[in-house]
Design a protein around this ligand. Structure first.
Ligand code: G6P
Ligand code: MG
Length: 218
């Protein structure tokens, strides 16, 4: 069968978690409380709206709908300022090597991200041409762990869900891949991502023969 590869963006292709963190921390501080690195873990793979709900819970801040909407805009404007000068140097180790390899094998590649900023980020770091399909926060109605984002990606690639392989750094993302009955690959801490079919700290740990073997089993 034809195999397809689906990549999450934040934490898999680029380390934007630190910029999301700075923007959320700035907002928290303005609202009079702190936001730690550890709490930021809860935000990985989680939509912007849900992140703000969690943040306000942490700070025990009550908001009117108007304030809520204004803070969503403010956080994103700050985030966009932080990522303004992002370039290829921020691509995580060996990601380009893996994308090049998969291209050379002519396997279709999709992005499956919760971020509404996914496309401009891929453009900034110069990786957009590698992707045959982009499914991001603008195209989904249900957030990870719902499988929607990955199922749309599979359909766009013309690959059966069962024959897709997903790279994810978030627990909700691994669950989404598993819910889609795809092969899930955790990138990051194996103890955190224990639900994944395979675990790697980062792409430097993956031998190209691993992809070869996956292709042969589909
Ligand atoms: C990714 C990140 C989350 C972020 C979400 C929405 O999933 O891991 O931390 O909240 O995208 O990003 P956005 O760029 O739309 O605010
Ligand atoms: Mg991620």
């Amino acid at each position: 069968n034809k195999i397809g590869f689906i990549f999450d963006l934040d934490g898999v292709i680029v380390d934007t978690a630190k910029y999301h963190y700075l923007a959320w921390k700035k907002l928290a501080n303005e609202l009079g409380f702190d936001f730690t690195d550890e709490q930021n873990e809860l935000f990985k793979g989680v939509s912007r709206k849900r992140c703000l709900e969690i943040l306000l819970d942490i700070g025990k801040v009550k908001a009117t709908q108007e304030q809520f909407d204004a803070w969503m805009v403010e956080k994103n404007e700050d985030y966009l300022r932080y990522i303004e000068n992002m370039d290829a140097s921020e691509i995580l180790p060996d990601v380009t090597k893996v994308l090049k390899y998969l291209k050379s094998k002519e396997v279709p590649i999709a992005l499956g991200s919760a971020s509404k900023n996914a496309k401009p980020i891929l453009e900034k770091v110069g990786l957009l041409p590698y992707f045959d399909a982009i499914v991001d926060g603008n195209s989904v109605t249900k957030a990870k762990p719902d499988p929607e984002v990955f199922l749309i990606a599979a359909r766009k690639l013309g690959v059966r869900a069962k024959d897709c392989v997903v790279f994810e750094d978030a627990v909700a993302g691994i669950e989404a891949a598993n819910n889609a009955e795809m092969t899930s690959i955790g990138i990051g801490d194996a103890r955190v991502l224990s639900g994944a079919d395979y675990n790697f700290k980062d792409f430097t740990e993956i031998d190209l023969s691993f992809f070869e073997n996956l292709m042969n089993t589909k």
